[in-house]
Write a protein that binds this ligand. Structure first.
Ligand SMILES: Cc1cc2nc3c(=O)[nH]c(=O)nc-3n(C[C@H](O)[C@H](O)[C@H](O)COP(=O)(O)OP(=O)(O)OC[C@H]3O[C@@H](n4cnc5c(N)ncnc54)[C@H](O)[C@@H]3O)c2cc1C
Length: 490
């Protein structure tokens, strides 16, 4: 382990993918780091839970680019976490995702060439649009594999054209509704509609999964591996310890107060939590009213309703690709969608069918002021009825489900209470083109020693969170030291 840096006590709030990856990087750089987590177990949304012996994912269902020479794989190497022991590479190279529309099916394969071939076959009239789109996608994929990508986010972030909305680009290219519908599917992974999705986010999420796609073997093991790596580097992990207050003096952070009453002094605080949660932890006058109001007014990504169901393993074998049942209108906009995974269950007679669909927070407003486990019978009835409808809908893809058992259902309120995400937003603040300027201020909070990490710092998903942590570590250590350390670790 490196020698600790004098006077560099850092507290990281939150032990999700963002908090733990930031903790690991800072510990590698010689900071004294304490990660503080409100829940009894680490991992936030990347941690799975168990129902009747079956591992059920919450957030991270599959990730891209974990191969040894690919962006997330390289970042894992720096973190010192072995992807192969924690993830299984999806075996079916011809199909990573199957998009089932009313009138056609599109398979997203591994590899840019295979993807281009499938797109050209599916959208024969879109030749010129595809020339332009594929050239942009290849360029971004190239930047993602170059080393500056980890160092400063790489060149696409410096180019304002990358932030224009996909809708505008597709209008200029005269894209057909069919092509728009296919391109809208990956938007589900960042929670922004295609029309408003900045080109760069679309390209990065798509390119990530085209490099290679991987499923966690178990979200619990994944979270525990991040926590173990952090502790092995000398980091301190405090569980069941919610932060109540971030103290500041003369425009700098001085430490955090825990709900339990302890005070942890700190020279730096990395808030790997939602920015609206962060402003609730600061004194009213710590930020200018205008910034506070801007953050409080940020639009969120939508919540989801998720169903975990046991199904007969023989009748419903595990499917080694993901299924999206999507309904698009005649402009190619997706009006509703369902995500399905059939995963190996208890290793005997039951497999897991996970179903996710969009659910608005406002639809649960009646229970907004209640907490998990104490919402009452009417809430349970509503959840059950919606879950049954989702299961019935899924039979259009899987046929009648044999030996179905409902294992769990979670709503935007469950997620909100679990990880403190306002409105149960899956991917944090909405990274739409129209909101990007407002979001930009999150990257430079005007309080000395205070940084934002996690999915709200740069981008959502495991790759977005880890990339965001590289950005925070670079800011805190300085370019030179960060660069040298990175070179040593790669
Ligand atoms: C349904 C769903 C499906 C998804 N699918 C995928 C996918 O397939 N692939 C992918 O890459 N990503 C996926 N994501 C996104 C991914 O899960 C997230 O981007 C990522 O896990 C977020 O990590 P984070 O560290 O930013 O936040 P979180 O995981 O939310 O961590 C924040 C942590 O902070 C803690 N906390 C909050 N407030 C406090 C406080 N006051 N004091 C102390 N601790 C506090 C919380 O308890 C939590 O543990 C999905 C998300 C959802 C919801």
């Amino acid at each position: 382990m490196r020698k600790p840096v004098e006077g560099k006590n850092t507290v990281v709030i939150g032990s999700g993918a963002g908090g733990l990856s930031a903790g690991i990087l800072l510990a590698l750089l010689g900071f004294h780091v304490t990660v503080v987590e409100k829940n009894g177990e680490p991992g936030g949304l990347m941690r799975s839970y168990s129902r009747r012996g079956i591992d059920c994912p919450v957030g991270v269902h599959y990730v891209g680019a974990l191969g040894a020479c690919e962006p997330l794989g390289k970042m894992f190497r720096v973190l010192g976490i072995d992807p192969e022991s924690l993830f299984s590479r999806m075996k079916n190279r011809a199909v990573t995702d199957r998009y089932i529309f009313d009138d056609f099916v599109f398979d997203l394969p591994e590899g840019l060439d295979a993807y281009e071939k499938n797109l050209r076959e599916a959208c024969r009239a879109d030749g010129a649009a595809l020339d332009a789109l594929m050239s942009g996608l290849r360029e971004t994929a190239g930047v993602m594999t170059a080393s500056p990508f980890f160092f400063d986010g790489g060149s696409p972030f410096a180019n304002m054209d990358s932030f224009r909305p996909m809708g505008e680009l597709l209008d200029c290219l005269g894209a057909s509704p069919k092509l728009r519908a296919i391109l809208a599917a990956p938007c589900q992974l960042v929670g922004v509609a295609l029309q408003d999705c900045p080109v760069i986010f679309h390209q990065m999420v798509l390119a990530g999964y085209l490099f290679s796609s991987w499923r966690p073997k178990s979200g619990r093991r994944l979270a525990d591996a991040f926590a173990a790596r952090f502790e092995a580097l000398g980091g301190r992990l405090l569980l069941s310890s919610a932060v109540r207050h971030v103290r500041t003096r003369q425009g700098r952070v001085t430490g955090v107060d825990l709900e339990k009453g302890d005070f942890l002094p700190a020279d730096a605080v990395v808030a790997a939590v939602h920015p609206k949660v962060l402003i609730g932890l600061l004194d009213q006058d710590a930020l200018k009213t205008s910034l506070r109001e801007r953050i409080a007014g940020l639009e969120e990504t939508e919540g989801v309703l998720a169903v975990q169901a046991g199904v007969d393993a023989e009748a419903h074998p595990a499917v080694d690709y993901n299924l999206y049942r999507l309904r698009a209108n005649d402009r190619g906009e997706i009006e509703n969608g369902f995500f399905y995974q059939v995963l190996r269950g208890d290793g005997r007679e039951t497999n897991l069918l996970s179903i996710i669909t969009l659910s608005h927070y406002r639809d649960w407003s009646r229970w907004e002021n209640t907490v998990t486990g104490r919402r009452g019978e009417a809430y349970e009835q509503k959840k059950k009825a919606l879950a049954e409808a989702l299961v019935a809908e899924s039979s259009s893809v899987f046929g009648p489900l044999k030996n179905l058992q409902l294992l769990d259902v979670f709503t935007p309120l469950s997620l909100r209470d679990h990880v403190n995400c306002p409105e149960g937003s899956c991917y944090g603040v909405l990274r739409s083109s129209r909101q990007l300027l407002k979001i930009a201020s999150l990257g430079k909070l005007p309080i000395g020693g205070l940084y934002l990490a996690g999915q709200n710092a740069m981008a959502p998903g495991l790759m977005g969170c880890v990339l965001g942590s590289f950005g925070v570590a670079r800011k805190m250590a300085g370019n030179e030291r960060f660069g040298k350390e990175l070179e040593r670790l790669l």
